[in-house]
Design a protein around this ligand. Structure first.
Ligand code: ARG
Ligand code: ZN
Length: 477
């Protein structure tokens, strides 16, 4: 499911040029590119096809960490293809392309590339169905030297950013190729299997095992598709506007359980507030999963996951506001390139400021000013560029805090009315797709003509050093 990607980087052009050269050398039809050409993650995604749906059908046994089953990918080719890549690290037993056995090479270089050669080349613009059968222990699998799969005492978690898919299903692993998902996972009766979207049903086909069927009906990025297996208290409720609201709390939360519930159970109320700021909540379901197994939180589509330590000091609605703001900024409108991470973290952090003001705590203006005032000009914080932090600093504090101050600086410059018009127009026009910082800048310039928006964002996002004017403008303080 690929929308138009505006703005093309030099590296992307180089990747395209390389592909063209390869296909000329091999004579058409050539192979699909092994990458989408994202400079931060050179192996991420692939070229030559566009996925519309993943049907993931697995069995997981926590006692052995064995994950087995099939993923069926429905795609359309965007060029003639002699072969193509998927991103996947597990051991593969067979690949069918349009019901015919294909030859394949699975993670041969340890870089998570599954290379598939169909029996006959695929025509351009043709529907294609790929069935990958596999069986492995994900916690033993390394891709580019590391593992993202988390094994727990009673289950496992597939939760990470920017890369997790390759440890549990084959995909075109880049936010520019979103798809809908069916995730069906069979686990022992003593544990549950959680994923995104709506719980369609649970079934029992063999004694001692339950199969959980989850469905996401709106375009979803591969890294935002999650799996949590283990002992959880699962609560199935409905939001005031009639959507499924599924929350799950790890059985081992102990003292954090009360604070976690007091926070995550407020999700519908928080989303109702965020909808007044950004436009309608973009998805068919809401929820949250709390676990002791990770030390961060992640905005998995419709159902963020929270590391329990987020609630160790008490309830934390602010964290819930951050992850749910990502449902708009990050999930519904995803990054076009990973260097665009400010569009996710700057806005999710700013949403925490808006929530704070909404509940009568510090105002957004005060919180943004605090970021500015609390860090002296020689603090290394000011050297990280929120607009292009580098892959190794993608989640640096500067992307979040300087990034949120940048959002407030924009608001100060264009005024409240145009500011919220920019946010809502961005959401409405990019819903279900991706965006780049350049697209956002152009939109802000269009809605606030005559304001030096581009220059302001250049200073806040792309210029090392502490900006001379604070986020409330040159006259404030
Ligand atoms: N997007 C997440 C958040 O800010 C951050 C994830 C960081 N990734 C990680 N593996 N720690 O909500
Ligand atoms: Zn975030």
């Amino acid at each position: 499911m690929r929308r138009t990607v505006r703005g093309t980087s030099t590296a992307a052009l180089a990747a395209v040029a390389a592909t063209l050269l390869t296909s000329v050398a091999a004579a058409a039809p050539g192979p699909g590119a092994p990458s989408v050409g994202d400079p931060y993650y050179p192996n991420a995604g692939n070229g030559g096809y566009d996925v519309s749906h993943y049907d993931i059908r697995l069995t997981y046994q926590p006692t052995t960490d064995v994950l087995s089953g099939t993923t069926t990918i429905t795609a359309t080719t965007t060029q003639e293809l002699s072969r193509f890549n998927l991103d996947f690290g597990l051991r593969v037993s067979s690949v069918l392309v349009n019901n015919v056995a294909a030859t394949f090479s699975a993670n041969a270089a340890g870089d998570g590339e599954l290379v598939v050669t169909p029996a006959r080349p695929l025509a351009k613009g043709a529907p294609v169905t790929v069935v990958v059968a596999y069986n492995d222990r994900p916690s033993t699998v390394k891709i580019n030297g590391f593992t993202s799969w988390v094994k727990t005492a009673d289950g496992a978690l597939a939760v990470n950013e920017p890369e997790i898919a390759s440890w549990w299903y084959p995909s075109n692993d880049h936010p520019t190729d979103k798809a809908t998902f069916d995730v069906s996972v069979e686990v022992p009766d003593s544990v549950v299997a959680l994923s995104n979207g709506t719980l369609v049903r649970t079934t029992k086909n063999r004694t001692g095992w339950t199969r959980w069927w989850w469905r996401s009906t709106q375009p979803q990025a591969t890294y935002l598709t999650s799996l949590e297996v283990g002992k959880f208290e699962v609560n199935r409720q409905t939001t005031p506007d009639g959507k499924p609201f599924v929350t799950a709390y790890g059985a081992d939360l102990g003292d954090s359980l009360g604070a976690a519930k007091a926070s995550v159970e407020r999700t519908p109320e928080i989303n109702e507030f965020l909808a007044t700021q950004f436009g309608p909540y973009p998805f068919e379901a809401q929820g949250g999963v709390v676990t002791t197994a990770i030390g961060f939180a992640l905005e998995n589509q419709t159902r963020p996951v929270y590391g329990a330590r987020g609630f160790i000091a008490g309830s934390n609605a602010s964290l819930v506001a951050h992850e749910n703001a990502h449902q708009w900024f990050g999930d519904s409108v995803a990054v076009g390139r990973w260097s665009d991470i400010w569009l996710n973290e700057g806005f999710a952090t700013y949403a925490q400021y808006l929530w704070s003001e909404h509940v009568g705590e510090g105002t957004a203006a005060e919180l943004a000013q605090y970021v500015y005032d609390s860090k002296p000009a020689d603090d290394p914080f000011w050297q990280v560029l929120p607009g292009d932090p580098g892959a190794d600093r993608q989640f640096d504090a500067a992307v979040y805090d300087r990034g949120a101050a940048a959002v407030h600086a924009l608001r100060s410059q264009v005024g409240d009315e145009k500011f919220f018009q920019i946010l809502k127009t961005w959401q409405a026009t990019k819903k279900g797709g991706t965006g780049r910082i350049e697209d956002f800048t152009a939109l802000a310039e269009r809605i606030a003509p005559g304001r030096p928006v581009r220059q302001l964002l250049k200073v806040w996002l792309y210029t090392p050093g502490k900006p001379f004017a604070g986020p409330n403008g040159p006259t404030a303080r």
